[in-house]
Design a protein around this ligand. Structure first.
Ligand code: ADP
Ligand code: MG
Length: 406
């Protein structure tokens, strides 16, 4: 299988392997932006996939007697709301590593500096939600300075945030020796495996809510893939571009023109762009909605398409089963609700069965794999980053990666 550990050469940045973190205070940017469960006052981590993904780097550094300061954002806080505190995340991390994890009272400041200074080798301190600081998303120099005072070395293991120019991804990395963690290395290596020498047929499956998020990758893949299979609400921008009725389906208007252009390009490309041939339609988005299979794709008024139909799911699964390489991003339907999850299940199962390299990108797609009870180990790689993986595949520079030492 390509993209394995032997392809580390593809990764041109220094990593935690190249430094001696012993005794040093190491600031690790992690992506602990996890879904939460709320039960009255009690908040807990609903899906710890992203926390587990960072464990190899955390364990490596603890084994080498580093003093760890972890930082992540969580959700989109407006005003330091308690519900978006990192405390439940720290608690879950403590369970996973079987050691005490300290929760800092803030992101920066004298109390945090004291807590960081008090760390013994192997200790772990988690800073508060980085977006509690308004300077985070502005890459504010003062915040970056304050963060850099907490550590001697910076490790970026937050693949999901490398496409952002923030204080915790770029600013602080400019102020400290900065290297990549194992997760960041693995993500980039696996994704570059898709671009550098994919096995053919190279099949790309795209779904989810919006075309505009994904039009860049569609254009890129029209040049390097053999087939692009479209599902999710995204297909309705394409149907609209073809002049077909979409009923009450979710149609992203700004996506219609890009979809029309992609259809045009596809005609000149050797890559096939495939759209659904049937749908599951319902009268509303609800688990108890009235729903039926539509043999065709012209959605009548009063109905909305919420999943690809069974014929489409079979055709897509067949295409995927012959693939040498497959990249899947975005659910085929509203998989969160039972009546509309069969399309996503069919695609997810077919991707899992592929012999060649299979890569899954996108937070909701990864959540679908887990929610549908599929074996995560059957996939070559499940990316922890949605936007970041798409930007990388489009060929854009990732600022949080570019800033690390070569
Ligand atoms: P990812 O996070 O994997 O990149 P997106 O965020 O692009 O995926 O899209 C996921 C969302 O798209 C899911 O919440 C799903 O319910 C929604 N979705 C998929 N198909 C449809 C549809 N036909 N109508 C409305 N929403 C849809
Ligand atoms: Mg998403």
């Amino acid at each position: 299988m390509s993209g394995s550990a032997t392809d580390r050469r593809l990764f041109r940045k220094r990593t935690v392997r190249d430094v001696d973190p012993g005794g040093k205070r190491v600031l690790v940017r992690v992506d602990f932006n996890v879904p939460l469960d709320r039960d009255g006052e009690r908040v807990s981590v609903a899906d710890d996939g992203r926390i587990r993904a960072a464990l190899p780097t955390i364990e490596h550094l603890r084994d080498r007697e580093a003093r760890l300061v972890l930082v992540s954002h969580l959700g989109r806080p407006k005003d330091r709301e308690r519900e978006l505190s990192m405390a439940p995340v720290s608690a879950r991390l403590g369970e996973l590593i079987g050691a005490e994890v300290r929760q800092a009272p803030a992101v920066v400041g004298p109390d945090v500096e004291q807590a960081a200074a008090a760390l013994a080798p192997g200790d772990v301190l988690v800073l508060e939600n980085s977006r509690f600081e308004p300077g985070e998303t502005k890459n504010d120099p003062q915040l970056s300075d304050a963060l850099s005072r907490l550590a001697d070395l910076y490790v970026d293991d937050a693949f999901g945030a490398v496409h952002r120019v923030h204080a915790t991804t770029v600013g602080v990395a400019e102020r400290l020796p900065a290297v990549a963690g194992f997760l960041l290395e693995r993500e980039v290596t696996m994704l570059s495996g898709l671009l550098e020498d994919p096995g053919h047929p190279f099949v790309v499956v795209l779904g989810g809510a919006k075309v505009s998020d994904k039009i860049g990758v569609i254009e890129r893949f029209l040049e390097i893939a053999d087939a692009i299979l479209i599902g999710g609400a995204m297909c309705f921008s394409f149907f609209r571009a073809q002049g077909l009725p979409t009923g009450d389906s979710l149609v992203e208007e700004e996506g219609v023109e890009p979809a029309r252009r992609a259809l045009e390009r596809a005609q000149r490309s050797s890559c096939e762009l495939e759209l659904p041939v049937d749908l599951v339609v319902a009268d509303r988005v609800a688990a108890d909605a009235e729903w039926r299979q539509l043999d065709g794709v012209e959605v009548p008024d009063g109905w909305m398409g919420l999943d690809i139909g069974p014929r489409t799911a079979r055709a897509y699964a067949e295409r995927i089963s012959q693939a040498g390489t497959v990249f899947w991003n975005g659910p085929m339907g509203v998989f969160e609700l039972a009546p509309f999850q069969e399309g996503t299940r069919g695609v997810a199962a077919a991707v899992a069965a592929v012999d060649g390299l299979s890569v899954v990108g996108g937070g909701d797609s990864a959540a679908a794999v887990r929610q549908l009870g599929l074996d995560e180990a059957a996939y070559g790689h499940i990316s922890t980053g949605g936007g970041a993986s798409l930007e990388y595949l489009e060929g854009r520079e990732l600022p949080g990666l570019a800033v690390l030492a070569d």
